[in-house]
Design a protein around this ligand. Structure first.
Ligand code: NAD
Ligand code: USQ
Length: 383
């Protein structure tokens, strides 16, 4: 099957592209490489040195004999997008290609507008291109668990059945996202749902939790294939950041009380979930939503786990509760369903001491690349 991965130069997209290529899928990548530009703008860099994508792809071909087509361009440019789609002729499109940092979207008006235009217009272009020339193609779109927020009731997978004044209906689950980035994903979900209802397109929205880890079977094959691993206060995410902080002896940055609970998953499960979605496509007209995480943790619990694992390795790890730069509940109910992917065959890699050890060792190996000035959060939700 021909699968086009949009955002294939990024953290999830790179690992997924190699995984699918290794599994025998014919893979193409679209990426504008804008994420590398944003890193430069922020003066931040990934912990791991990532080679230019052309060199990475050449290395993949040398090692495995498998080619991955590359289209460098921005999907908010419709002419570029439609041309790339015609050249590649995808049967499935996996869409990772968005601005994905909540703090980045909250820097100021310009970054909020950039995030929403980039994400919403990119996805809308894709929907129009599919409607025009690829109506049978299956769209697998990366959404986020953060679309739901932290309601005081159980979170279902995309829809909820409600009884109101004696009548009953199944409706999209209410959304209470916590940043202009998370809001862009809600807008995308609405647009995709509409395109499925009205034009009969088929789509799966993968509401993914926070991803951790760096190595997959493929990215671990050679240092030139290494994946990015962000640790800075803008693009770095909770568990990855805590492991890197522990490795360099920096107190773990728990925001506020630390009771913030989220869904988490190993990057090896991200790539497998995408494959499961592709292999079991949505029906024409169907907008399917899967919650893509394997475990729920509070950030305080994660910090304690990293502290434990680090101490066992002889590291001196302390936990620092710093003023929360975000506006979010710090102690709350959180229970979300995640049975769809499991019932289609996902066998999770649960968070274990050995994974924490390997992440800590990985962070230790590249610790000389850490810029400590990039660790504390500088973006406030209140300003
Ligand atoms: P990333 O920033 O590492 O990768 C995104 C890639 O998309 C980058 O290479 C970037 O250059 C590209 N891109 C952005 N806008 C583009 C455009 N308009 N045209 C073409 N390419 C464009 O992000 P990631 O961590 O790999 O996340 C991928 C997707 O998964 C995002 O949609 C994100 O919202 C979602 N997601 C990520 C996580 C996580 O923990 N990393 C969790 C849940 C959901
Ligand atoms: N947090 C800390 N300390 C840190 C970093 C984060 O306590 O050093 C807290 C945050 O306040 C938040 C939680 O950890 O309560 C998660 O924050 P995060 O930065 O790890 O993740 P988030 O901003 O939610 O965004 C990340 C990805 C995004 C994806 C989302 C999935 O960047 O692309 O959509 O995870 S989810 O959180 O399920 O919405």
């Amino acid at each position: 099957m021909k699968v086009l991965v949009i955002g294939g130069d990024g953290y999830c997209g790179w690992a997924t592209s190699l995984y699918l290529s290794n599994k025998g899928y014919e893979v193409g990548i679209i990426d504008s490489l804008v994420r590398r530009h944003w890193d430069l703008e922020l003066g931040a860099d990934t912990l791991t040195p990532i080679a230019p994508i052309q060199r990475r792809l050449q290395r993949w071909k040398d090692l495995t004999g498998k080619s991955i087509d590359l289209f460098v361009g921005d999907i908010t440019n419709y002419e570029f997008l439609i041309k790339a789609l015609h050249q590649f002729q995808p049967e499935a499109i996996v869409h990772f290609g968005e601005q994905r940092s909540a703090p980045f979207s909250m820097i100021d008006r310009e970054h909020a507008v950039l995030t929403q235009v980039n994400n919403v217009v990119g996805t809308l272009n894709l929907l129009y291109a599919m409607r025009q020339d690829f109506p049978d193609c299956h769209l697998v779109k990366l959404g986020t668990m953060g679309e739901y927020g932290t309601p005081n009731i159980d979170i279902e997978e995309g829809y909820i059945t409600i009884e109101h004044n004696g009548r009953k209906d199944t409706l999209p689950y209410p959304k209470q996202p916590g940043s202009y980035y998370h809001l862009s994903k809600v807008h995308d979900s609405h647009n995709i749902h509409f395109a499925c209802r009205v034009w009969g397109l088929r789509a799966t929205d993968l509401n993914q939790g926070v991803v951790y880890g760096v190595l997959t079977e493929e990215t671990g094959m050679d240092e030139l294939l290494i994946n990015r691993l962000d640790y800075d206060g803008v693009f770095g995410t909770a568990l990855n950041r805590f492991c890197i902080q522990a490795a360099i002896g920096y107190p773990l940055t728990v925001y506020g009380k630390g009771g913030q609970t989220r869904g988490f998953l190993d990057i090896r499960d991200t790539v497998r979930c995408v494959e499961i979605a592709i292999a079991n496509p949505a029906d024409p007209g169907q907008f399917r939503v899967f919650n893509q995480f394997t475990e729920l943790f509070s950030v305080g619990d994660l910090a304690a786990m990293v502290q434990n694992a680090g101490t066992k390795m002889g590291l001196d790890v302390s936990v620092n509760h710093i003023d929360n730069p975000r506006v979010e509940l710090e102690q709350h109910y959180f229970y979300a369903k995640n049975t769809s992917l499991l019932s289609l065959g996902l066998e999770p890699h649960y968070l274990s001491d050995s994974l924490l050890d390997s992440l800590l060792n990985f962070a230790h190996k590249y610790q000389h690349r850490v810029d400590k000035n990039q660790i504390l959060p500088k973006v406030s939700w209140r300003r």
